[in-house]
Design a protein. Structure first.
Length: 168
């Protein structure tokens, strides 16, 4: 039986994470993979930035604190999920509290729902009572994942669906 874990990004992460991020590619469906195609040295800097960002340090203008997690099956990384600790105007339009991606070789195995369910626990620990997820209207797989985790469609506007998940 497989075991699953949700682990925050740290400077000590290894090459299997970088391999997964390269497989995911530059991003799709509104998810931006800033670690795609990095050298090892650049990847370590990305991890350092991710750790600091989770603590609200060294934030770029217009950004909010965000924790990056790896979702693993039997210690094998299968996905990345980002939990933004709060919303700003930009994230209310697109991005929301949570963004995620599953590596292509691991898609259609139910990991998206497991990963989203798992990140709702630290979201509660942050004191969030609801979380916003924005999903492209055309991304039926992700919409199904969000709805399967209790996402309530608030509205659809300009090709984006706005879902809220109640954490209380």
């Amino acid at each position: 039986m497989s075991t699953f874990s949700l682990e925050p990004a740290t400077i000590h992460d290894s090459g299997d994470i970088l391999e997964m991020l390269n497989e995911i590619g530059h991003g799709e469906n509104g998810f931006h993979n800033h670690a795609y195609n990095l050298t090892w040295k650049e990847f370590k800097a990305y991890l350092d930035y991710s750790e600091r960002n989770a603590r609200g340090l060294s934030l770029e203008k217009g950004h909010v604190p965000q924790t990056t997690y790896w979702f693993k099956r039997d210690a094998h990384p299968v996905g990345i999920i980002k939990l933004r600790h709060e919303l700003n105007d930009s994230l209310r339009r697109q991005g929301g509290h949570i963004g995620y991606s599953i590596r292509p070789s691991e898609r259609c195995k139910g990991y998206g729902k497991l990963m989203l369910e798992a990140v709702l626990i630290p979201a509660r620990h942050l004191g969030l009572e609801t979380v916003l997820l924005t999903v492209f209207n055309s991304n039926l797989a992700s919409r199904k994942v969000v709805e399967g985790c209790g996402g309530r469609l608030e509205r659809s506007d300009k090709g984006i669906c706005y879902y809220w998940i109640d954490l209380t």
